[in-house]
Design a protein around this ligand. Sequence first.
Ligand code: 6PG
Length: 239
Amino acid sequence: MSKKVEVLPDQGALITRALELILSKMETAIQERGQFTIALSGGSTPKPLYEAISTQKLPWDKIHVFWGDERYVPPDHPDSNQLMARRAWLDRVDIPTGNIHAIPTNQNDPAAGAAEYERHLQEFFHSSPGELPSLDVILLGMGDDAHTASLFPHTEALKVTDKLITVGNKDGNPRITFTYPFINSARCVIFIVAGANKKPALAQIFAPVADEFTYPSRLIQPQGELWWLLDAAAGSDLK
Ligand code: 6PG
């Protein structure tokens, strides 16, 4: 794993740097494999990044979009990560419908939704059960409790290591999430973290030792590249 940490002066510079990095990985992926696969994060930080991507002239037919996690709500619900990404980006560009791989949240049982998305990913990547396919880029945020995707502290999702997708739990509300081993199989993982409220969690993530079940973002140690892109408000104290 190669780990790179960049502290940008402000959130605007963070978004510009994240865009630059994603476009670079996209160019390489399309040159080498004819397509680019990216998993999106939810929350608020990535919204301006998605808006910036939507302004780019890109080979949309070669770009496949997944989600690293989703709230277990309908796709038109205000909490939906899919809805945010569609409004900020996907509904603004000519990306083929089949290239948008949304997490299904229409089943009564979230576990069935997780299993369905796992099957979809295995079919897309032609991978067999137990094999961990590699996305080109997985974009992650981090909560002020050090969660990432929907891998929340001291939840059962952190113990799932034999699947790509599992059910997360935030204060009793079900989520669908990539497991940490699946995240770690990516070619490139990019955290984008902004705001002073993230400082305490970052201090634990970058500490030599801390409990991974308390600070789940510590579990993210990909075989490929790991990038932490931080604004100064979040990252200025990191040595
Ligand atoms: C979600 C996200 C989640 C998010 C962090 C940071 O579904 O909410 O995937 O993991 O990335 O909570 O959120 P902010 O960017 O809003 O701080």
